[in-house]
Design a protein around this ligand. Sequence first.
Ligand SMILES: [Zn+2]
Ligand SMILES: [Zn+2]
Ligand SMILES: [Zn+2]
Length: 337
Amino acid sequence: MQTHQSPVWLKAMSQTSKIQRVEVYKDHRVQLLLSKFIGGEIKRIDPVFDNKQGYKYPVVEAIVGPSSDIDVFLNQLFKEEILERELYDKVLYCPNCNSANVSVRYRCPYCKSFDIKKSSLIEHVPCGYIDTEERFQTDDRLVCPRCNKRLTKVDKDYRKAGIWCTCNECSKSFDIPTASHFCRDCHKDFMFEDAIYKDVYSYTLGAKAMKEASLGWVLIAPIREFLQARGYKVESPGHLKGASGASHIFDVTASREKVHPNVLVFDLATSNDDEVTEQPIIAMFAKIYDVSPNRACVIGVPKINENGKKLAVLYKIDVIEAKDQKEVLRALETLGI
Ligand SMILES: [Zn+2]
Ligand SMILES: [Zn+2]
Ligand SMILES: [Zn+2]
């Protein structure tokens, strides 16, 4: 039986990957990178070639630090569907010292010397004579050695007929040389089959992530300001230790001394469909059960489903439904935060 609905496991999988993405968004380095995309500072992360290390990503290095494994970082963001990638180049590394400062050596297939001379082959069309370009060269003009006529226009009375190589070592001639590689750093010669050969990508921000991140970015900034104006010290993301000793992460934590309520926690939940599920409410409950803040709030963008709202009442979690800054601020006022 055919069905046009996506299978349950697929739905479950995309839900899981979204939860994982939300976790990744909490990484400070990811936030910095995304803010550059959303602010328009970068549109695309292109690799820049470095002779020794091969391709590097200076924009990412500036955020993550040069000692970190940039490839692992970018690859994770690609797997979580935060970044999209496109093949930019392939890069060859020396198998002996890992340098990318590698040249190609074209060699004589007979004696393997790389001291070969490359010539163009020319065909004189009217008489059909073919030879290397030097054999036609007379002073500053080309003259056919067979019929002694002057060659005037390429593709008219003569044409290029490929290449011809001659070995300076063994004097043999051939049309296709064999290739090997030479490491300019450790001076090792090696063949393609021993080389380290890697894909290099350009990265752009995925459409889904753009939506999720700009919502987060657009909403978290005004929440911060709102709370700061009320005397709170705000962290985003914020870490709080629970009674169990475990540390929990919230999208925003706010604290102030003396004035009650003095510890607030916020989580932002976005949905690509029109409703956020009860999942973020359940996740919030698990954390506040351990942390016991004065107030906890889940901000659903744009809405939270009925089940979620019922659970929120049961768990004493405030719910804000908003799709933009104005609605969030109005709801914070209404809640009397
Ligand atoms: Zn090497
Ligand atoms: Zn040779
Ligand atoms: Zn001729």
